[in-house]
Design a protein around this ligand. Sequence first.
Ligand code: ADP
Ligand code: ADP
Length: 220
Amino acid sequence: TPAIEIAGLRKTYGAKNAVDGIDLEVHRGEVFALLGPNGAGKSTTVEILGGFRKRTAGEVTVLGLDPAHPTRHWRERLGVMLQSTSGSTVLTPREALHHAARLYPNPRDIDETLATVGLTEKANEKPRLLSGGQRRRLEVALAVMGNPELVFLDEPTTGFDPEARRQFWTLIESLRDQGTTILLTTHYLDEADRLADRIGIIANGTMVALDTPEGLRARA
Ligand code: ADP
Ligand code: ADP
């Protein structure tokens, strides 16, 4: 079975159709990028898939379960970084990862994970002394700390400098090599093109194109 199955997904906020009929299957082991401008419905979709927001209509299955009815075991198999995720104001990166590691049966190595997101030198820094990009890198590290089967990353590289973006790309490639399924959102075409097996272009809550990077280039 696919990692993610979505049929006819809709979400309205009052009169606003934020997600307006999305169908999608993401296969196990696939890196899938949802690409689109601000307001397209990317965050809402990811929040619904992760069990953080109720849908208005449609069928959704994530790792065999309806995210509207999550279980603890199901949550342990997911890694999630949302736009709204706001980190600890008191824990250093090392402390935050140590805390996260204890929540999972099979956590990653803390130092290796810090290195992977380029935070080794900031491992013991007070959170208020971290830059916005460094905090986001910590959020990415926290999302993958439990060795999840499936990772949701909502605009993970917004605010990254070029070096941090390259490190992030390396992290995604190493997760893919381990067989991790990844759904990420981005508004950077180059990032989707570089990382994704398939790209879904989303605008006004609908999927306007869905293809491999090569397929999309051939159409352009
Ligand atoms: P994206 O992640 O692509 O920027 P969002 O899913 O955040 O898109 O937003 C889709 C649309 O829904 C936008 O028009 C946004 O303003 C609206 N929206 C998002 N969250 C809410 C909310 N909690 N209440 C009302 N409208 C919302
Ligand atoms: P939900 O109804 O899905 O639980 P929230 O609790 O996230 O929505 O949001 C509550 C209210 O905050 C929304 O009804 C909306 O008025 C406002 N809001 C939050 N985020 C957004 C956004 N991105 N765009 C527009 N309005 C928003």
